[in-house]
Design a binder for this molecule. Structure first.
Ligand code: AMP
Ligand code: ZN
Length: 485
């Protein structure tokens, strides 16, 4: 049984979808005005792993991830100017061009780290009618009021406002007031109130629409409410996001959607923690960001980043260091070489203890999926993956691994990779890849050291190969042989 931590109930809960066969999942998507950094990408990998787990359990997942191309203001507290409009002005381009440019880069990054493409990626600017319909409903029910700059949602009128944060309306307002650095926006009744529609100023020509309240553009929160319910219905299974969205964006989504329909909108709220650098959130404003391109330029394969993300639990902060990324790159390479070596097993010996070996592999596979069922305990699941590799390597070292066993391990590894997304399939049938140049060089250097009787250096190289590359050397009569462990 899959258990997930639900931010709404503040505890782990068994996952039961509304329909037996289908899961509706809405993921807050990109605001397409900048290059994604690897903190942002962690969030999308979290979503991707959840989706793969659900698919592995046989559900058809309708994964909707929006593209925000208008309405997301510079501050998440819904103040300042539209991020896309600002960027368009700065670059002297249209908002549409800015959105198209950055969306393409995002999607390329997603492909490079094996994030499955969402089933739908609706753009905010193409769903404004639905947003206006929702605003109309809220207006009819008396939740809205007009100010000089827009139409606001009165959060004091929504019963249970703030439920997601564990605080009620009053407590949330008081805590925000205590920490407020800015004056309440003119005309706003409560500090938690937010705009569902913003009025355009005269210089705005692009991305503005007519409405009963005047020419303007939608607020960021109403976009997600309207798009999620348009594609998944007014009551759906899962909504995902980063932890920074709990207090404002998702709290406001719940208020609008539920005020409009009178029904609970989402059963499970799934939030991922931050990627941090030296104890601080990786973010553009702190100037401590790396993009995927930076990582690639430093010589790391993109999937090393994916494996690095998987090394932490999604609900815990993960500290980014190049050292940790190097470890992930080495581990990734070790798994790929392992997949290749499984192809090369030739022995057809009939092993009497084959069923014992297969049982051990099956037990680790079961433990892998059981760990994932426990609120996606990926670090534990990865330990099971490594146990499979190590048990198989020991058997090979004993000279026992036969072809049929190797095939069965390959199948198991490929099944685990349906969740991990680390390209094991590309190596399963591949010819042996030439050793990385640096490894070849090290092996040669060790040979030279041995010939020169510099055994200290030879031993040191043996250790580096083992610890960094998981390569174990054996000196045989036919020369030096290597295997991956
Ligand atoms: P933003 O552009 O800041 O709204 O972020 C887009 C998405 O990335 C949101 O879902 C954030 O929760 C998430 N995000 C931003 N920074 C980080 C970070 N350092 N670690 C993990 N997720 C992040
Ligand atoms: Zn959203």
């Amino acid at each position: 049984m899959l258990k997930l931590y639900n931010t709404l109930t503040h505890r782990k809960q068994a996952f039961k979808p509304i329909s037996d066969s289908r899961v509706g999942m809405y993921a807050c998507g990109i605001t397409a005005y900048y290059l994604a950094h690897i903190g942002n990408l962690r969030k999308y990998v979290n979503d991707d792993v959840l989706r793969r787990i659900l698919q592995h359990r046989g559900y058809a997942v309708e994964h909707v991830q929006n593209i925000t191309d208008v309405g997301h203001l510079a501050s998440d507290a819904d103040e300042g100017e539209d991020k896309l409009r600002l960027e368009a002005d700065k670059e002297h381009k249209s908002m549409r061009d800015i959105a198209a440019f950055y969306t393409n880069i995002f999607l390329k990054d997603f492909r490079l780290i094996n994030i499955l493409p969402p089933s739908r990626m609706p753009k905010a600017s193409e769903n404004v009618e639905e947003m206006l319909d929702l605003i109309r409903k809220l207006d009819e029910k008396g939740y809205l009021y007009k100010t000089e700059d827009g139409v606001y949602f009165d959060t004091s009128k929504f019963k249970d406002y703030g439920r997601l944060t564990g605080m009620g309306f009053r407590q949330l307002n008081e805590s925000l007031k205590a920490g407020a650095r800015v004056e309440l926006i003119k005309g706003k009744r409560n500090i938690t109130d937010f705009a569902v529609w913003r009025l355009a100023t005269s210089h705005m020509t692009e991305m503005v629409w007519g409405s009963p309240w005047g020419k303007g553009y939608p607020g960021w929160h109403i976009e997600c409410s309207a798009m999620s319910m348009k594609y998944l219905g007014k009551h759906y299974d899962i909504h995902t996001g980063g932890v920074d969205h709990i207090q404002v964006h998702h709290t406001n989504e719940i208020a609008q959607s539920e005020a409009a329909t009178g029904e609970k909108v989402v059963n499970y709220w799934f939030h991922g923690e931050f990627l941090i650098v030296a104890d601080q959130k990786m973010s553009k404003s702190l100037r401590n960001i790396y993009t995927l391109q930076d990582i690639i330029e430093k010589g790391y394969p993109p999937l090393a980043l994916r494996l690095f993300y998987l090394s932490g639990h999604y609900r815990q902060q993960l500290n980014f260091t190049l050292e940790a990324l190097t470890n992930a790159a080495n581990t990734l390479r070790g798994t790929h070489l392992f997949m290749q070596r499984l192809n090369e097993v030739k022995s057809t010996a009939k092993n009497e203890d084959s069923s014992e070996f297969r049982k051990r592999i099956a037990a680790h596979k079961k433990a892998f999926f059981k760990a994932l069922d426990d609120d996606i305990n990926m670090p534990h699941a990865l330990a099971e993956l490594h146990a499979i590799i190590s048990v198989t390597n020991s058997r090979e070292a004993e000279g026992k691994l036969n072809k049929s066993e190797a095939r069965s391990v390959t199948r198991t590894m490929l099944e685990l990779d349906e969740i991990l997304g680390l390209d094991f399939d590309k190596y399963a049938n591949a010819k042996k890849e030439p050793l990385a140049v640096e490894v070849e060089k090290l092996i040669q250097e060790r040979e030279d050291a041995r010939k020169a009787k510099d055994f200290q250096r030879a031993d040191e190289i043996r250790r580096i190969l083992k610890e960094t590359y998981h390569i174990v050397l054996e000196d045989t009569r036919d020369g030096v042989k290597w295997r991956v462990e």
